[in-house]
Design a protein around this ligand. Sequence first.
Ligand code: NDP
Length: 608
Amino acid sequence: MKCEPTHTPAEIDIPKLREKYRLEREKRFRAEGNQQYVRPKKAGAGKAEPFSDPYKPVVPRASLKEDIDVAVLGGGFTGILASVQLRKAGVSSFRNIEQAGDFGGVWYWNRYPGIQCDNESYCYMPLLEETGFIPTKRFADGVEIQGHCVRIAKQFGLYDNALFHTQVTALRWDESIQRWRVSTDRGDEIRARFVIMAGGPLNRPKLPGIPGLQDFKGKVFHSARWDYGYTGGSWENPTLDKLKDKRVAVVGTGATAIQIVPFLGKYAKEVFVLQRTPPSVDARPNPPTDQAWAKTLQPGWQKQRQENFHRGAMEGFHPGEQDLICDFWTEINRNVAAKLAEQGWPAITPETFMAMREDEDYHVMERFRRRIDEIVDDKATAEALKPWFRFHCKRPLSSDTYYPTFNQPNVHLIDVSDTKGVERLTENGFVHDGKEYPIDLLICASGFEVTSDLDQRWGIDEISGRNGTSLYDYWNDGYKTLHGVVSRGFPNQFFTGYIQGGLYATTVEQFNRQGHHIAWIIAESLKRGISAVEPTQEAQDEWVATMAPSTGFSQYMQSECPPSYLNNESGKFRYYLGEFYLAGFTAFEQLLQDWRSKGDMAGLDVKS
Ligand code: NDP
């Protein structure tokens, strides 16, 4: 079926909306920025993960003392795909070192009821063609995605060497042996020729720093450590029957909370949704996979689909191109493409394209707001649920069950925006507008440390490169890399994630391509007898100079969006969105491909 442009409200007053967005944004500023969040302390644990694993017991094991080629720090999709790429490049001496009890990363830790991928699984879930797996529905459940992590890990032999429930505590470059000394909290001393940092961006839960949080005597947990023992049900079958006589409050209305709330509404006696910033939530048709369609897929289909998604969500469709995804992620560009088609696809500048996107953004967001009026019965509640920001300011969401939940008599929306967050907790519950609401359970769907200090986020006490230089000090005023993967003074250390590279609409595929590039350098180094590789000062300086953190997308994130992890809570930009190759992912990929094809490792200092 052909994907058509959507009908968005035509009569809107953009200057007025812009002013409304500005006022809503101002209202949410908090001077403390990231400091408003807290993390529990664990005595003697250094910077390591303070939240324990509720899902799998830690099994004692002997410490390792060994030499390997590559230590891959992480067992989520980033680490899995880096390892797969190592295998494909012919490197076999490597280990994944992972703090969780299995592969999966966020899909291991996040087992809350309703968890699903909110990008289309046919793009999001990697290596579908190589594993022969087709997701059972469009937005796959978390348990299916974690199962896919296991499937890939088995197929590519990653379990043989993986170390689970293991936190790296120190990485020290030893010049005399040209290796990294990798220490862990299990007493391991691993000497790795190369290390790949594959920790992922959403690995550290953060708690809201609500005054009185320590005083509350009821049950509290973070959404990424769901306690089914308390709520009833299980990851596979989230029937939360133990909540039938419980009063539950959930902090947050982000991607996580909107998936949880319908389940709480269904099972709990009473539910309080403590909302600071309303999210944008579109419809979410989630049909089972059409098996007849699956049979028609030709080799190379997933890459083509991901590229179509990338153009739909980010770079813009080509003239005449079909939108294969056809959902809210691609709506703005689909509608822009329809307008360009009407004009016969004139040649336009990037600025004109961005201006067309901006205009369409206001219309699409208005469609989202009017949708709420159609679903939510109570007018005041509907009004309070409306998002007032541009499409990408907060993660765009979809759910068919979130808004209808507010029509249930046991579900209450509590708008805590006036107090810039939940006002206070007492022994018994939360306080709002001078009234105490007793609760039994507080669920913190309050997100992750995406822009906190790297040492805290990675949980590694020390990373010292040549001459003992600390990476944390070296990067304190900003990343310094070549291509986002290597940094001077830190030989044979490779980085992944949102660091000075290209930004791709399918996150997991972005990590996969980073893994591919890194594996290429490692395999070549091993083949050529290179013992240490790092960028030259000139190449690194040149690359850093091409990054322009205050332009385009990141500029509007900083200057127009309400605070969130995407813009470091409106603080000074650091560590997440912003430092990207401005010509876009396609151009970035071409650049790396050309670089590899030449084979001369230009810009790298290599030591034999
Ligand atoms: P977010 O950081 O997106 O949301 C945290 C929520 O907690 C926000 O609504 C925030 O409000 C609220 N909050 C924080 N502190 C307070 C406070 N003191 N009082 C009241 N409210 C507070 O975290 P999520 O876990 O929802 O999502 C993080 C990311 O994880 C997503 O953006 C997405 O990338 C990924 N994810 C993906 C999923 C998927 O694919 N299905 C599912 C879940 C997550 P405010 O907005 O005002 O700051």
